[in-house]
Each structure stands twice: as structure tokens, then as C-alpha cells.
Write a protein that binds this ligand. Sequence first.
Ligand SMILES: O=C(O)CCC(=O)C(=O)O
Length: 329
Amino acid sequence: METGIDSDLDSVFKLSGDGRFTVTPEVLDSYKKYGYIIIRGLLTAEESSLVEEGWNVDPYLQPGKYPQADDKGDLMELAVWDDASNDATGLVGRSENLAGAVEKLLGDEVYHYHSKFLCKPPQTGGSFIWHQDYGYWYHNSLHFPDDMCTAFLAVDDIRQDNGCLKIIPGSHKCGRIEHLKYDDQIQADLERVEYYKEKLGVQEVVLNKGDVLIFHSNILHRSDKNDSDRRRLVLAIAYNTKRNNPTKPHHHPQYKEMPKVTNDALLEWGKNKLWDSTKVFYDPRISKKHMDNIKREASQVALPTAQSFQCVGECIVAIYPLYRLQFYL
Ligand SMILES: O=C(O)CCC(=O)C(=O)O
């Protein structure tokens, strides 16, 4: 069952008249029930454009961009960094409206685990397979999935045709699902995913520029290739709580205080646009090495791959002459 019309979405909220977001008991209940909330219009068009400049023109970010191919070779462009920073992206991630809401949803002080821009260029931007973020974060010595979430901020309008996120609402209640190796890809156990899809439905998350989806680290999600002529740019900010400090150091940070800023800090920054030279961008080779380790540990699931079809084909070609031969014997 796939839904996806805007009005079908549960868990959708907006700012109050004074531009603040409040986590009311209803918001909290919704997050606990569905594992996500959407805040419409977290950023105005002007604020969203400042974030977009982070991707387009931040001179420190440009060399941090790297391509990532999906299983079909379709390319996305990414940039990943650990420190929240003092420029456009960091000031959104640290804002009272966003970081303050996340603290209320998770019930503790939060820190910046990492941020990334995910750009699906028109026509070529690749897909993501079914996974839970905690399916991977589990391997980083993090123990409490309820203490982690991602804020998925739409920097462009995101529709079905440019690769919107698909989520299974309520799947955070299924706990961490085994992530298995299918061919060369690590995905959530697809037999279980099929069951949850049937039981809970799939929600296509259509967002307007400036909207944010905040989702639990165990929500199952995926997205399709960008088949449109429009780019799909997202800023995804991952948060962790102070009390869930990873028990072993790894390639993302341990707890470090993340001072919050007022909601107008982004527009103030926009007056001078001083890009933060201290941001350290992630080397994709580290994440490749990390994923290779996870792959080594994961169980392989046999799939009818193109290779096995080819193998069956070759057998038929080999056996057919023998079959014909019997008529002559
Ligand atoms: O950008 C997307 O569509 C999905 C990204 C994602 O799931 C991830 O980075 O874990």
C-alpha cells in the first residue's frame, strides 16, 4: 500500500504566528506513535536560500563534495561534516526551533552528530535502498536508538518525481532490524520490510522548500532516483543525546556541547555571509572502509541476480544440443 498525497500525512505541524515551534503534548505523542513529525515552513524562502548557498557557493564546502553511486550507477553528490559550524547550515541545526524541538522530542540535551547535503541532480540523482539509520549507527557503539534522530530539511521542493523520501510510519517500534548483504548492498532484511510495508503502509514524504521532516533513527526509509528535470537538495542533520555518548570513539564525534542560537541568527548571518573555515569535511574513503567492515559482518542473502540468470541461460544453451541429440540415437 502506497499513500503519498500531502493531506494523507499524519504528524504534520507548523510554526505559531510568532514564528516559533512548540513541542506540545500532541506533537510529542505523534512523534512517539509514528516515529516522525513534519514541520511545514520551518524556514522562509529567504532563509532556505541562505542554506542553499551553503551548497552552491560556500568556498570551504566545494572541495568536500563527492559523488556516490547507487546500485545502478546513478550518481548523487554529497558533502558530510561533523562540527555544526557557525554558518548557514550550522545556524539552522542549532536554532531554537530545530535543536530545541529535537531536545524535547528526545528528552535530553542534544549534540550535532553530523550533517550532510544530499543532492540528487536532475535525471541522474540515484536512489537509496531500505534502511534504518540506526542499522548503521549501531556499529558506531551507540546503544539507544530512541536518543537519535535526523532532521531532513528540504532545500528544494521535493515531490515523488525528484526522489522524495519514502518512510514506513511506526516502523521505529519494530526495533533495529537486521541489515543484510544483498549482492553488494547492505539493506534492512527485505522479508521483514515487505511485512511492515503491508502492515503499516508506505508514506511518500512530499516537502516544500523550507519544510523539515524529523525522524527516529529506526524509521525504515528509502528513496527513488530523481527522474525529473529538477534538482533535489536536502540538508540532513543527525542528532544524538548527551546521555547516549558513544562508548567507543569512531569516525563521527563523541558528545560535544552544541550551543543553541536564536531563530533569527540565520538571517543575521545572511547580512555578512561569513563562511566557517573550521568545518572539516568527511573523507568518503572512511565511510567506504566502515561500510566494507559492516558488509564483512553482514549475512549474504542469495538473490536471483543478472549473473545467475546468465548462468541458467548458459546451462540451457549447453544442455539443449544433448537434448536434441537423443532423437538421433
Ligand atoms: O536522501 C535520501 O533520499 C535518503 C538519505 C538517507 O537515507 C541517508 O543518508 O541515510
